[in-house]
Design a protein. Structure first.
Length: 289
């Protein structure tokens, strides 16, 4: 399964999605314009740091890699590739893009009272964690995933909802807006632990199922869904290198490992920051008044 083979088999547009390359480039241009020459159009705008620019740039690259690269094609034939795609899009990419976004760039989103209430509600830790994990588990029910893989509108709608839910899920941990960053460091540790627990049943069901769960990965897909178009697939064009059951188990393991590594890295970062703040706190502030 080489890049040359995928390009020759499915064509350049289906394999590399030039429309998504253009969209990604426009998003990057907008970000660097508003954090650069156009920064002064925002109130209280401060220059984006090198760290923020790096995080946002990597997030954009992962957005394209997850949605528009050959990984999207492979994800229609291999469940393990599909789960790698899901991990990148919903566990890693939103985290990096939020970390790279200055607070003043998002402040117009809460300029209106009604929009501030909506964002505050859905970024609250309990709704945020329940919404993402419920939608993710719902998407990986066999009937839903098989339907989404064969209908472009449903496929794109679910991706959009999960991207939004994943962004809201990360906001209590790394919210660029102080108004919605309501968790202490210890609470963030508990929040991430709860996230890991809630996603475990879906992964366990996939890993320990005694039979293949998804017809799409048993019989082969009939439709290639890309963000801006779909195309029928000749199933004989692609040789799957793994039996469906083994591929399914590998996919569940990939998802769980990616989750553990991502959450583990963020947990370590939060714990280190909390420890440093506690260590550097003046002794007289630790004494009872």
């Amino acid at each position: 399964m080489t890049l040359t083979y995928l390009t020759e088999t499915f064509g350049f547009r289906a394999t590399w999605n030039p429309e998504l390359i253009l969209l990604t480039a426009l998003l990057g241009l907008a970000y660097f314009s508003f954090t650069g020459p156009l920064r002064h159009t925002f109130a209280d705008a401060t220059p984006a740091t090198l760290r923020q620019k790096t995080c946002f740039s990597i997030g954009l690259l992962l957005f394209y890699f997850g949605m528009g690269s050959p990984l999207n094609v492979a994800g229609h034939f291999l469940f393990s590739a599909h789960m790698l795609q899901q991990s990148i899009l919903y566990l890693i990419m939103p985290l990096l893009m939020l970390a790279g976004t200055p607070s003043w760039l998002l402040r117009p989103l809460i300029a209106r009272k009604w929009s501030r209430r909506i964002l505050s509600l859905f970024s609250h830790p309990i709704p945020a964690v329940l919404l993402f994990n419920t939608l993710f588990s719902f998407y990986h029910m066999p009937v839903v995933l098989d339907m989404a893989m064969n209908n472009l509108a449903i496929h794109n709608m679910i991706h959009l909802l999960l991207l939004l839910a994943a962004t809201l899920m990360w906001m209590p941990v790394i919210a660029p807006l102080p108004e919605i960053n309501r968790l202490s460091d210890l609470q963030k540790l508990a929040y991430l632990f709860a996230n890991g627990v809630l996603l475990t049943p879906a992964c366990a069901l996939i890993i320990f199922s005694e039979t293949p769960m998804y017809e799409t990965y048993v019989d082969g897909p009939s439709l290639l869904c890309a963000p801006f178009f779909s195309a029928p697939i000749d199933k004989s064009m692609f040789a799957v290198p793994l039996p469906p059951h083994e591929d399914q188990r590998l996919g569940g393991i990939v998802m769980k490992l990616m989750q553990e590594m991502t959450y583990g890295a963020v947990l370590a970062y939060i714990f280190t920051n909390w420890y440093k703040k506690e260590r550097d706190q003046p002794e007289d502030e630790l004494l009872p008044q």
